[in-house]
Design a protein around this ligand. Structure first.
Ligand code: GLA
Length: 334
């Protein structure tokens, strides 16, 4: 296995590096020290053709310009917090009346410290770390976060997240990669099948904030307990998905028959937010093509959003004597 470093660009006088983690089959995982952004995952299809299966921009300036969070690490807290309120802390309001994805600037807008991990047999890795000062975006506590991306010889991306605070605070990070297993976004996500081990989803209101109600998926367009065609699901739910599902066993599976590719996600987190890019007819280019509705599917592994306002959701409070530690793995096969 090898780890290659490429110059990617500059932000003021700081160099942005792209890391290529390459396994013995040539399958490659690429990421940046900026935003800990995953810029490409090249994995074989059924004919052994290596192609990119995530949405990516082809230049740094696009990552700086468009708020799509392609591949980015989101923190301190992913998703919305209603009115940016937690106890008497006022968090940055960066989406109308609400706080989203940790405020502005957040973890996806900064250059992380990096350390290369090359001393293991079937794995290479990059460790990112960052210290967020108390008060940033309104959050108390100096928070040290370490995120590690490992890439293995059997096409698995393993993400571990650790964090420690010196004061009671909130923490609910995610990685915001959008998948498209057809390879180089040849087809849309409508040719994919999705399976989620989830019997309830969190209802959201018109402003996309959870109402607190957990609704049964059975007999609805939110039932992905069996492998389900996204084309059929999107027909039933034409507005698309921006939906938090509470997980039973921490498992999500995405497949695409024509390429033969399969992605199996396993996580220690409470939920997955599924975002289907419905209606995103945009002018910018993604993998060299115009961004369009259903070009990618973001699968954001996290605790349920707006947990501070709903007692039935898992707590995202981080205590000084109890560091956060979580893991999500993404296994690609054919
Ligand atoms: C999350 C949100 C969406 C959108 C995307 C990024 O999935 O729930 O509404 O903000 O991030 O564009």
């Amino acid at each position: 296995m090898k780890l290659i470093k490429r110059h990617y660009g500059w932000i003021k006088d700081q160099e942005v590096i792209e890391y290529h983690l390459v396994n013995n089959q040539g399958a490659t995982f690429k990421c940046l020290n900026y935003g800990a952004i995953v810029t490409a995952i090249l994995v074989p299809d059924k004919n052994k053709s290596l192609e990119n299966v995530v949405l990516s921009f082809d230049q740094l300036s696009d990552y700086l310009t468009y708020p799509t969070y392609f591949g980015a690490l989101i923190g301190r807290v992913a998703g919305r917090i209603r009115k940016g309120q937690w106890l008497d802390h006022q968090l940055t309001l960066n989406e109308g009346k609400h706080h989203i994805h940790g405020g502005e600037p957040n973890f996806s807008h900064l250059l992380w410290e990096t350390k290369e991990i090359t001393n293991q047999a079937d794995t290479v890795g990059i460790q990112f770390s960052h210290r967020s000062p108390a008060g940033e975006n309104g959050y108390p506590g100096n928070l040290v976060t370490t995120v590690t991306y490992f890439w293995t010889n059997n096409q698995t991306w393993i993400m571990t997240i650790e964090a420690q605070t010196d004061e009671r605070t909130l923490f609910n990070p995610t990685n915001h990669t959008y998948f498209n297993l057809s390879g180089e976004t040849k087809r849309t996500i409508e040719t994919h099948q999705l399976q989620i081990s989830s019997e309830v989803y969190a209802e959201i209101d018109d402003e996309k904030c959870p109402t607190g109600r957990l609704l049964a998926v059975k007999d609805t367009a939110y039932d992905f307990t069996q492998p389900t065609s996204l084309q059929k699901a999107l027909k039933k739910n034409p507005k698309g998905y921006d939906t938090p599902f509470k997980l039973q066993e921490g498992k999500v599976v995405l497949t695409e028959q024509e390429s033969g590719r399969k992605l199996e996600i396993e996580t220690t987190r409470e939920s997955v937010v599924v975002f289907s890019t419905t209606g995103m007819e945009e002018d910018y280019l993604v993998n060299g093509k115009k961004m369009c509705s259903h070009l990618g599917l973001a699968l954001e592994m996290q605790e349920l959003p707006d947990a501070v306002h709903h007692r039935q959701f898992q707590s995202i409070i981080l205590e000084p004597d109890k560091p956060h530690s979580s893991q999500t793995s993404y296994h690609f096969s054919v």
